[in-house]
Design a protein around this ligand. Sequence first.
Ligand code: ZN
Length: 156
Amino acid sequence: MALLHILKDPDPTLRKHSREVEAITPRIRMLVSDMKDTLAKARGVGLAAPQVGVLRRVIVVDMGGGRVVELINPVIVSTSGSQEGTEACLSCPGRCGIVKRPNTVTVRALNLRGETVELTGEELIARCFCHEIDHLDGILYTDKASRMLSPEEMES
Ligand code: ZN
């Protein structure tokens, strides 16, 4: 088990574009394993590789019920509905904002076996897919938030 350091905004790495993974190498396997450990320790829902300083298109998402998936080269293939709610980020500690996202999101990606998988998430998971994939393009949720919550609102 290895915990990775999570970069914090305004670290410039968080604003960079991540490259596609061309082959599932031992290095990518190690990255995914370490990202899952780091996500669990941070009690987050999702984590993107650039948040740990690696500019590759890899995210991990806690789907609930103890199932944590890796999504390599993830692409959103369909969305429906919309939801507006609070969002936060392990790279932006102590902040929270209101962001509009689709309510249902289907993502196509590779898993660690190199198989193409399609996963559909609703509500929190749909939000997480969008948030983490944005990280791969250097986008933070604070760019998309209609407004950020005040400290008083965050306490209540
Ligand atoms: Zn984030």
